[in-house]
Structure formats: C-alpha cells, structure tokens
Ligand binder design. Sequence first.
Ligand code: AMP
Length: 259
Amino acid sequence: MKIIKTIESYDLYRSSLKTQSLGFVATMGALHLGHISLVEQSLKNNQTTVVSIFINATQFDCINDLNNYPSALDNDLKLLKQAGVNAVFLPVYDGIYPDDYVFQIQENRLSKKLCGAYRDGHFDGVLTVVMKLLNIIKPTNAYFGEKDFQQLTLIKQMVSAFFINTVIVGCPIIREADGLAMSSRNLRLNKLQRQQAVLLYQTISSHKNIKQMRKKLTEIGFDVDYIEVMNDRLLVAAYLDEIRLIDNIEYKNMKEISA
Ligand code: AMP
C-alpha cells in the first residue's frame, strides 16, 4: 500500500497507473466498519482503490468539535492495508488549501437546510474539500455513505452541476449490533451516553409521528437540532451533551409518521 502525502507525488502515482477504473473513498480517519464497507465496495468495482484521510478543518463550525475529533492513523493504515487498498492519500492543510480557503464552493438551497441550518458554513467546507479531492484523485467512482445523507445528496448535485467526470456511489449505513449508526464520534461517548445513543435509531424507527419522536428524544436526554423528512427519508440530528449524532432511515410511507 502506497502512502502519498503531496499532490505532486499523487500525480506521478496516478499517471503510472495502467488501470481503467479508479475507486476513491474520502475519510477523516478514525476508521470503522462503516468506512471499510465503502472501501470494500470500491475494491469490488475498481482495479485500483485510493483512500484519503484528512480532517477537514473548514467543515467544522465549532473549534471544540475539531479539536476533539478522534484520530488513529496507525490503526487506520493497518485496517486499510488489511482490506487491500492500493494507496492512501494523507495531505496537510496547506496542500489542500494553498489559498487558505478564500475560494469556496457554495450551494444555496439544500445546504442551508437540515444540518446546514445548524452548522454555519459546514457544507461549504464539505463541498469545497470534495471538489478539490475529486480534482486531485481523478477517480472513476467515488463512494460516500448514506449515513451522511444530506452530504451525499449535495455531492451528487455538485458533481452534476460542475460536469465532474466521476460517478458518485451511495452506500448503505453500517450499524452496530444494537442499531447505532457507526461513527468516528461514537468513540467520544461515555458508557451512559452510549446507552442513550442507541435510542436515537430506535426512536426514528418507531413509526411514531415526528412530534412524538421529538418528545421521546428530549425525554431520553437528547438536545434535538432537527427531525425532518427529505424525500423518502427521515433525518435526525441531536446532541448528547456536546457530542452531535446524526442518523436517517428510509420510510416507504411517510404519511404514517408525518401526521
Ligand atoms: P467521515 O470520516 O465521517 O468523513 O466519513 C467518510 C465517509 O464514510 C463518508 O462518506 C461517510 O458517509 C461514510 N460513513 C461514515 N459512517 C458510516 C456508516 N456508519 N455507514 C456507512 N458509511 C459511513
């Protein structure tokens, strides 16, 4: 597995590839089975798979969240090697943002709703870094999780709007045995918070109406940012103390919970 730290080295690697199809998975590290499921999908569908690990400071609206974001590089590299990844791209801030983020990608509709309504500038940071990574890596296919459903939707729309020559593939949410959606932020949950956290998924799967779900989550101890419908999904974001969790679930019949 090649470890690549600069765009110049990546360009050399990219041009040396004889492969037809390159799959790409963008991550912020502290990898878990959710990330690995994206990697496995890429390995299955492409001759070469590249994974990036980059904690993207520009998408954090809260400095504490950035400072507390978990990092586990040695373990991440071990997992990626075991999985059979061909190359890992590990850029630094100045490599990705030589302009210090004066140029930004902004979407003016969906990015202002749901998570965007509560996390100022979050999706500007996400879309900007994804655009940059797609331009650097030049993948045939790029894999993103439905765990971040609004992000996935925005990335698909951006790729279409800017005629980017990469197929965006959405991958299902991987959950712990009890249903909690896997997330790097779960590492920060204490024992009690971990027990509360599983109730997020249980509540949104409960077929109660949205008002009742919000009430239930508040009773459990969540500080709910939103619980809202988008297309055929119910999306939720809620805090346990300062740890923000998100999840979503597909409902075939939205009417039964929208009342
Ligand atoms: P992150 O490292 O949190 O930026 O996530 C990197 C990618 O992994 C994103 O496309 C996420 O949507 C995806 N991802 C994170 N958690 C999960 C999960 N539990 N199941 C599936 N995909 C996930």
